[in-house]
Design a protein around this ligand. Structure first.
Ligand code: BES
Ligand code: MN
Ligand code: MN
Length: 458
């Protein structure tokens, strides 16, 4: 592995330029308009995997966007690492808030700015380059398989079928995923828990058409006002969620684990400063770190209706809409929570409006073990390149396939993320640090080395 550092140094610029080329393709899976670009990105990933030295590289069709697969089988007796990542990205809207166009990456002050820079093209591509390094230097210590999907940002709806139909092909000892963040560049951490998700859209209908707000206002229910009241009632005064049964399955986290969490370096002052807020807000009785990891939440992601154009139009709208997400914790079931939400939301609808609830995608929470060989290998690898033992930490985001892979393939994952929470994923001006990109490429081969060595001792 010694020879890898000079190889990385010599190829740094090319590694960067290749990533920039990938970032130039707007692979937005949520928007049909980008369909050709998403498919073009799959082609590009296929090409890169082949160039890096993978065999059996193919674009595997699904009902949606394809999965790119590739492998290098060194010896069937050696352990196999299955790398998962996604080549699709979130929409870049609102474009006007970007300092440079989202699909024209720029490198500035040590960061790559572009949609997908961190989530997940940059982090996924670290694996392709780490693999290239090991291939070129004849030091790939075990087997590797790549499964890079194109529908993560729209809920990975076709991946369960793909996994179920390809159990043999995907056979592996561990799934390695870089799609999360670390505490900071000085404080490496490994994600040990993710939240689940239940996402719904609601529609509230009042009168059969938009009305003059002077002629009818005051006499007919305004669906936007009603929707706001309904949404407001979904939280109690202590900021817990007011849906009957919502907390029934929530696992209580032990005082011991909470004490462990409290030790993670975290400054509430820096947190507030970074977000330019005076105060934080969340459920009573929990710290900020707990609120974003071990507690479920409910948030409105978007709300619209009536007139939102320029100037003023006096209108009492016929309809109001909102997109609502609930982040779930281990043991809560996404489908059950959607049902509870739907029942409750319809029940609290006053008689002067009609309510429609449409479920979107969901996913289950995940916890990953810290006593596995794979976790240990990841920890020693980070220790080796950061000079510090990483801290295990649960986080608030969701990667629904983690629990699905365990269910369907029987394989556990390691969440080997190199991003930062400040990378603004899903936001304007998403970035990924050059430090993080190269550190990831440097660290990943050590995971392979230690994972292979520790597996042999088992
Ligand atoms: N990479 C993120 C998830 C993530 C980000 C986990 C940061 C932990 C820290 C992933 O691409 C994502 O955005 N997931 C979605 C869920 C999905 C079903 C659309 C999410 O968390 O909103
Ligand atoms: Mn991601
Ligand atoms: Mn994402």
């Amino acid at each position: 592995m010694q020879q890898l550092k000079p190889y990385l140094e010599e190829n740094k610029e090319r590694f960067l330029n290749e990533l920039l080329d990938l970032l130039r393709i707007p692979s937005v899976s949520a928007d049909e308009k980008f369909k050709d670009d998403v498919l073009r990105t799959a082609e590009a990933v296929k090409q890169r995997l082949m160039e890096a030295g993978a065999d059996a590289v193919e674009i595997c069709p699904t009902k949606g966007y394809p999965v790119v697969y590739g492998e290098k089988i060194v010896d069937a007796k050696l352990p196999t690492v299955l790398v998962y990542g996604h080549y699709d990205v979130q929409p870049a809207d609102p474009y006007e808030l970007w300092n440079s166009p989202p699909f024209e990456p720029v490198v500035k002050d040590g960061n790559i700015y572009a949609r997908g820079a961190c989530d997940d093209k940059g982090q996924m591509y670290m694996h392709v380059k780490a693999f290239e390094m090991m291939m070129q230097n004849n030091c790939l210590p075990c087997n590797v398989k790549f499964m890079i999907e194109g529908e993560e940002e729209v809920g990975s709806v076709n991946l369960e079928t793909f996994a179920a139909e390809n159990k043999n092909k995907l056979k592996a000892d561990v799934i390695l995923i870089s799609d999360t963040s670390m505490i900071s560049n000085d404080v490496p951490s490994i994600t040990t828990g993710l939240r689940g998700l239940a996402y719904v859209e609601v529609e509230v209908t009042g009168p059969n058409r938009d009305l003059h707000s002077g002629v009818y206002g005051g006499a007919v229910a305004n669906p936007i006002n009603v929707l706001c009241d309904m949404i407001a009632s979904l939280h109690n005064n202590d900021r817990s969620i007011n849906i009957p049964g919502f907390y029934d399955d929530v696992e209580t986290v032990s005082a011991e684990e909470r004490a462990q969490m409290a030790k993670a370096p975290f400054s509430i002052e820096e947190y507030k400063q970074h977000l330019e807020i005076n105060e934080v807000l969340g459920e009573d009785g929990y710290t900020t770190l707990e609120r974003v990891s071990i507690r479920p939440t409910l948030d409105v992601n978007g709300i619209w209706g009536g007139y939102t154009g320029q100037g003023a139009k006096t209108v009492l709208p016929s309809k109001a809409f909102a997109k609502i997400s609930m982040r779930l914790v281990p043991n809560q079931q996404s489908e059950k929570i959607m049902k509870l939400f739907e029942e409750h939301f319809k029940k609290i609808a006053p008689p002067y409006v009609k309510v429609k609830v449409t479920p979107h995608h969901g996913g289950e929470a995940a916890v990953t073990p810290t006593d596995s060989i794979a976790y240990k290998a990841a920890a020693i690898a980070m220790e080796r390149t950061f000079g510090k033992t990483p801290i295990p930490l649960r986080t608030g985001g969701s990667i629904p396939i983690v629990t699905m892979f365990e269910k369907v393939l029987g394989i556990k994952s390691v969440l080997f993320g190199f991003g930062l929470d400040s990378d603004a994923i899903h936001s304007p001006n998403e970035k990924f640090g050059l430090f993080n990109y190269y550190k990831g490429i440097e660290t990943i081969p050590y995971f392979y080395k230690y994972f292979t060595e520790l597996s042999a001792k088992e």
